[in-house]
Design a protein around this ligand. Structure first.
Ligand SMILES: Cc1cc2nc3c(=O)[nH]c(=O)nc-3n(C[C@H](O)[C@H](O)[C@H](O)COP(=O)(O)OP(=O)(O)OC[C@H]3O[C@@H](n4cnc5c(N)ncnc54)[C@H](O)[C@@H]3O)c2cc1C
Length: 402
């Protein structure tokens, strides 16, 4: 028997869950599929917190989507009653000629967004946890803060199911194939048909569209939670949410670390990129080792001295799905317009989740997208634009043995 839907969303991490919500609230009959339960730790949407910031050093092209995302995060909080976004402000700091400082300032200037330059002395004074070298500079992003990824995915799925979406969890989708103007998708047990398919499979996306030869690399990342003591013990907590903003520090040209204030789980920090490239997301299971934690502490100690020897409370791994230009993929499949290919990561996609769900829903329903999606098109990859073989089914390979 074949179950029929308006849209199938394959993958229910951040992007798929927000897409399922946006589609179902437009009245479409949605089926969401995921191989793992929500909140799982095998993909990219777990780990307690994600930075959001507006003065985007990666370039002004992201800012319209980002500003829409802020609006939709607030709307999601209202609709779900969940607390998902906390504005702490954000400090982008580091070597003065670095991309983090220069790029943040440049984006602010080009778009006329409010910003504040901070000297090392001002950073020390305002954020007592931080003690950067004298030559470091900072840019203050008043809209910086953090999002709660697991809670956001849960909120999307809960609201989507209230709007009638159905979810099948625990079975990997095995194949998808164009079927007239629609698609069929099979899991080990069942076969589904829909008018549209959204592929939101995170690091597994290349398995869904091998014909597009996506120039994607998968990078293992290590997250570490510290338990820094207040110094001295009876002093106010310098890592408290109202004293420590989210931060990204380019401590050496081209090399950054980022982190958060103390949440109930501790102070989380990570080295941005510089992780091990792995051939497949299912090979990311190797836990963080002591050398990786030590290296992070050395980098952090450049401007957060109390983290140098702070006890490690927990570690986790997670995967980045990187494109060569760092930009996202949000586009229709070049051969099958009924299929949307969605992979916004390169380590910075989460903050856009709310707007990406809306963009996918616009592509599915043929509505003009709220913001220009052309920077995220498949056409920028020559091999992908050429990928068209209108008659074949895509068999999604099973996980390799690791
Ligand atoms: C360590 C880390 C830190 C980050 N920090 C930030 C940050 O601070 N700020 C920020 O903006 N962004 C950040 N990001 C990026 C952001 O988290 C990602 O852009 C986002 O989570 C990607 O979501 P996704 O839905 O595309 O992928 P995923 O969350 O991985 O979801 C893909 C889903 O597809 C499912 N799937 C795959 N194949 C199949 C199949 N065959 N059948 C069924 N289901 C399938 C998977 O099980 C998975 O649930 C970070 C990412 C990582 C890893």
């Amino acid at each position: 028997m074949t179950d029929s839907y308006d849209v199938i969303v394959l993958g229910l991490g951040a992007m798929g869950s927000s897409t399922a919500y946006e589609l179902s609230r437009r009245g479409l009959r949605v089926l969401g599929l995921d191989q793992y339960p929500p909140g799982h730790t095998h993909g990219s949407s777990h780990g307690d917190s994600r930075i959001i910031r507006e003065l985007y050093y990666e370039g002004t092209l992201y800012v319209p989507l980002l500003q829409r995302a802020y609006e939709l995060w607030e709307e999601l909080e209202r609709a779900s009653g969940a607390s998902l976004l906390r504005i702490t402000g954000g400090v982008m700091l580091g070597v003065p000629d670095g991309h983090v400082v220069q790029g943040s300032r440049q984006t602010a200037k080009q778009l006329g967004l409010a910003y504040e330059d901070l000297s090392a002395a001002e950073i020390r004074k305002r954020f007592p946890a931080m003690d950067p070298p004298d030559n470091f500079e900072g840019v203050w992003d008043a809209r910086g803060g953090y999002l709660r990824p697991e809670a956001a995915v849960a909120a999307y799925l809960e609201l989507a199911s209230r709007h009638g979406a159905r979810f099948e969890i625990g079975q990997p989708a095995a194949t998808w194939a164009p079927d007239g103007e629609g698609v069929t998708v099979t899991t080990g047990e069942r076969r589904y048909r829909a008018d549209r398919l959204v592929l939101a499979a995170g690091s597994w996306i290349t398995r869904q569209v091998p014909d597009l030869h996506l120039p994607i690399t998968i990078e293992r990342q290590v997250l570490v939670w510290f338990d820094p003591a207040s110094i001295p013990a009876d002093a106010p907590d310098v890592f408290a949410v109202d004293r420590c903003p989210v931060f990204i520090c380019e401590h050496r040209l081209g090399q950054s670390v980022y982190g958060f204030p103390r949440l109930t789980t501790g102070v989380k920090a990570s080295i941005f990129h510089a992780g091990e490239t792995i051939p497949d997301p299912d090979m990311c299971r190797r836990p963080a080792d002591a050398a990786e934690t030590r290296q992070l502490q050395e980098y952090l100690a450049v401007f957060l001295p109390t983290l140098r020897d702070a006890p490690v409370r927990a570690t986790m791994t997670c995967v980045f799905t990187n494109t060569a230009d760092g930009r996202f993929i949000i586009d229709r499949h070049p051969a099958y317009p009924q299929v949307i290919v969605c992979s916004p990561c390169s380590g910075h996609g989460f903050k856009f989740t709310s707007a990406v769900g809306e963009a996918n829903a616009d592509l599915v329903t043929g509505v003009r997208p709220h913001t220009d999606l052309s920077p995220f098109s498949l056409g920028r990859f020559a091999a992908s634009a050429a990928g068209r073989d209108a008659s074949r089914a895509v068999s999604i390979p099973a996980a390799p043995q690791s």
